[in-house]
Design a protein around this ligand. Structure first.
Ligand code: HEC
Ligand code: HEC
Length: 483
């Protein structure tokens, strides 16, 4: 299919009726007309009151697409989800057997790291689209929507998502119920999904899927899968999006609506689907741009935080920028691996060939967008809302901000011990260990432990806080709560 063909179908007959109707309602949205026809302001205000319900901003549409529209084939159905507890280990299974359906669902949400949607009372998860007929389909919030201090926050990294555990429980349940296996249950036999809860092998999913496409995204089934370096990453919070020009920890890809669509590269989605859905992803783009971090919800010692600001601006700002009422300035600075010293695996795993294939494809507008083919390090992320996005570093190896500021005290192994925020160290409540205990026999149990001695999971590096005195560290910790 030609490029023109791709675009034609975006505005041509295959455009869904629902989105045409939506366009019609937004084009007569009174809010948009007020600026142009001032004479009719009064009349329009009245009509605004009458029709306000139909006005939806692009950002609101974006959130709706993500939570209501299945861009992938369904993962499993309601019956499968409701039966998952039957394959749980004891004593969990016994507890579930005795529980009410509602608390059994709560138990399932907890086991897999799912949360309810804010402001929604239907009991649907934020992380899956659930169709009227009960089909569950993973959405972006699976990794990009989670709990902050026990509240469900869209756009916060999902630090509890247990994709591998969910997938193996779904596989066992489907086999028990005699239902056919879907993409994830089969794919996970060839590809690790995530070896620690809260992190996923997402970057390699993209590489694997792109290997079977030509630049125009036609599916090339006969190719041989490329060698891959599997590694897990912690998803970044989406409230950084508006600050950035380039995406990902190595800042390799220019920001745009197309990069947001890589997640949809499954066999069922041919090039025409990408062209058709690009408009909706412009709304998703607007939604991401609109997000801001939640304000810190505990007490802040303002005088101490002000001392912290001074120390921060002396030691940290050259890379992380400044913050404040004026919005501050974010330098988006690439720091070489030699200087930052954090885990190198992610940088190497996405190699020059992968980046080039991305650049020359539809995602990189056939070479038009900016792509860094050989980044030599990681980009220092913005720190807005950093209190709410634990764990830290791109691989999620450091559980609290205190541990970022005290590198020598970072645990070798840690495990979450609660869903609340640790207000003293600012981050996850964790139990610290020197190795994964022998009692963690099953792989499900082992995925609860973050073991920094494993490949791609190092918590080393980023020693910049060593320049700060003990008092300055305390003050910087307080300041970080205010961002
Ligand atoms: C399986 C987990 C997973 C899913 C599902 C997922 N992402 Fe991500 N996303 C990640 C990870 C991990 C990264 C970090 C990758 C990196 O930096 O190399 C990321 C990075 C991003 C970034 C870059 C953010 C930044 O600050 O640089 C954006 C934007 C993004 N994802 C959007 C999306 C959208 C939109 C969807 C759904 C269409 C989606 N993601 C689905 C895991 C996921
Ligand atoms: C020379 C540049 C540089 C300096 C100076 C620096 N950082 Fe960083 N920082 C980085 C880079 C690069 C990363 C990303 C590293 C990674 O994820 O592997 C990072 C990551 C972080 C993170 C983790 C963010 C997240 O969302 O995971 C925090 C928190 C942080 N820095 C705080 C600080 C503080 C506080 C200071 C000052 C004491 C500081 N940094 C000084 C470059 C720097």
């Amino acid at each position: 299919m030609t490029l023109a063909g791709l675009f034609f179908s975006a505005s041509g007959p295959s455009m869904p009726v629902a989105s045409r109707l939506r366009d019609l309602t937004t084009s007569v949205c009174p809010l948009a007309m007020i600026g142009h026809i001032r004479v009719f302001v009064f009349v329009l205000l009245i009509s605004l009151l009458a029709r306000g319900a139909y006005c939806e901003t692009a950002a609101q549409r974006g959130y709706r697409h993500l939570t209501e529209r299945a861009y992938l084939p369904a993962d499993f159905d309601q019956e499968t989800f409701d039966q998952l507890w039957q394959v749980w280990p004891e004593p969990l299974r016994q507890q579930a057997a005795k529980a009410t359906p509602r608390s059994r669902r709560d138990m399932a949400f907890k086991r897999y790291g799912l949360t309810y949607r804010p402001g929604d009372t239907t009991g649907r998860p934020l992380q899956y689209v659930v169709s009227a007929s009960g089909e569950w389909t993973m959405n972006c919030f699976a990794c990009h929507g989670g709990q902050v201090n026990a509240h469900s926050v869209p756009g916060a990294p999902n630090s509890a998502y247990a994709l591998q555990t969910l997938t193996s429980d779904v596989r066992a349940t489907k086999l028990r119920l005699g239902k056919p296996l879907a993409r994830m249950e089969v794919g996970s036999l060839f590809m690790p999904l995530g070896s620690t809860n809260g992190t996923t092998n997402a970057v390699m999913f993209g590489v694997a899927l792109m290997a079977f496409r030509d630049p125009e995204l036609n599916i090339m089934r006969r190719r041989i899968p490329p060698p891959m370096i599997h590694h897990d990453m912690d998803a970044p919070p989406w409230w950084h999006f508006h600050r950035k020009k380039n995406l990902y920890i190595d800042g390799f890809a220019q920001k745009g609506s197309r990069p947001l669509m890589q997640f949809m590269l499954v066999e069922q989605n041919g090039p025409e689907k990408f062209a058709e859905w690009e408009r909706e992803f412009q709304d998703v783009f607007a939604y991401l741009e609109s997000l801001r971090p939640p304000p810190y919800d505990g007490l802040i010692d303002r005088a101490l935080a002000e001392n912290g600001r001074i120390a921060f601006e002396r030691v940290c700002s050259e890379c992380h920028g400044t913050y404040g009422l004026d919005g501050g300035e974010y330098p988006e600075r690439m720091v070489s691996l030699a200087e930052v010293g954090t885990d190198p695996v992610r940088l190497r795993a996405l190699n020059r060939e992968h980046r080039r294939a991305y650049h020359e494809s539809w995602f990189g507008k056939f070479g038009e967008t900016d792509v860094v083919l050989e980044p030599d390090g990681y980009v220092a992320p913005p720190l807005d809302g950093v209190w709410a996005s634990a764990p830290y570093l791109h691989n999620g190896s450091v559980p609290t901000l205190w541990h970022i500021l005290n590198p020598a005290r970072r645990p070798v192994v840690w495990r979450r011990s609660g869903t609340q925020l640790d207000p003293d160290r600012v981050g996850l409540q964790v139990e610290e260990l020197t190795k994964v205990p022998r009692s963690a026999k099953s792989s499900v149990d082992r995925r609860a432990y973050f073991d920094t001695s494993r490949f791609g999971k190092s918590a080393a590096g980023h020693l910049f806080a060593d320049e700060l005195s003990r008092d300055d560290k305390l003050a910087v910790l307080e300041y970080l709560k205010t961002l």
